[in-house]
Design a protein around this ligand. Structure first.
Ligand code: ADP
Ligand code: MG
Length: 258
């Protein structure tokens, strides 16, 4: 069994990546999506992965999330050598240690917000009552306690993304991975979503988020720029914007009727 607890070493590294590469082969054609990525992420970091379309951001996130395997290189997540795991173990590590948030929300449409958030808990051996409690708690954290019985089509885009964040949180993962989580949202709603990520990070969650928008990256603590499958730069953000402050100066959008 893989424990869901965070058990980082003395140096606090949650993610250690060494010389990672990924080659996609389609017929005779090869795409070098990642060309030797090395980096560490410590517990409590809030990292933005940036770079042009096609620079390898999603490929990298899929490997971080144990959804795909690298062609070469090492990946150690929370002390576990991911390369040595079989399919079942990978599924287990995904479920226990990683919370995913995607651009397209990926919610089940005929299912309530509450049931969507409960989904990851079906793989855990907990009672139905406990499952519901945990899901309600996660929905409360993202400010949707009053929408638990709504279906996705009864929620605005921002609310749907908050349901997806609650679903990512419900297992108390070591790390949250978000690939362009604000890509489908207007600017105010994007900042609202970033406010939630900032709050979670303040409470100790480690977050790695992909965005190609500098405005969105400005809310994170560290910027890693990808170019052509390599790291072009990796630096701390010395001017972190506070989403809850920025929101005050953005025009309100009437959500009624959405
Ligand atoms: P980004 O998220 O930065 O836009 P991706 O990681 O999606 O970049 O893609 C990096 C490169 O790998 C691109 O050239 C893309 O076309 C290619 N690629 C991504 N996924 C696949 C795949 N499943 N099969 C073949 N090529 C892929
Ligand atoms: Mg992408």
């Amino acid at each position: 069994m893989i424990s869901g607890d965070v058990n980082v070493g003395k140096d606090g590294k949650l993610i250690e990546i060494e010389n990672l590469s990924k080659i996609y082969k389609t017929g005779d054609f090869e795409v070098h999506a990642l060309r030797g990525i090395s980096l560490n992420v410590k517990k409590g970091e809030f990292v933005a992965i940036m770079g042009a379309s096609g620079s390898g951001k999603s490929t990298f996130m899929n490997i971080l999330g144990c959804l795909d395997k690298p062609t070469k290189g090492r990946y150690i997540l929370d002390g576990i050598e991911v390369g040595g795991l079989n399919r079942d173990q990978l599924a287990e590590i995904r479920n226990k240690k990683i919370g995913f948030v995607f651009q397209g929300f990926n919610l089940l449409s005929r299912t309530s917000a509450l049931e969507n958030v409960e989904l990851p808990l079906f793989y855990c051996s907990i009672s139905q009552k406990e499952r519901k409690e945990k899901a309600l708690e996660a929905l409360k954290i993202v400010g949707l306690a009053d929408r638990v019985n709504h279906h996705p089509n009864q929620l605005s885009g921002g609310q749907q993304q908050r349901v997806a964040i609650a679903r990512a949180l419900v297992n108390n993962p070591s790390i949250i991975l978000a690939d362009e989580p604000t890509g489908n949202l207007d600017s105010r709603t994007s900042v609202e979503v970033m406010e939630i990520f900032q709050k979670l990070n303040e409470e100790g969650k480690t977050i790695v988020l992909v965005t190609h928008e500098p405005d969105i990256a400005s809310f994170t603590k560290r910027h890693i720029l990808f170019r052509d499958g390599k790291i072009k730069s990796d630096s701390l953000n010395n001017d972190i914007k506070i989403a809850s402050e920025v929101i005050k100066y953005l025009p309100k959008i009437d959500e009624e009727g959405e």
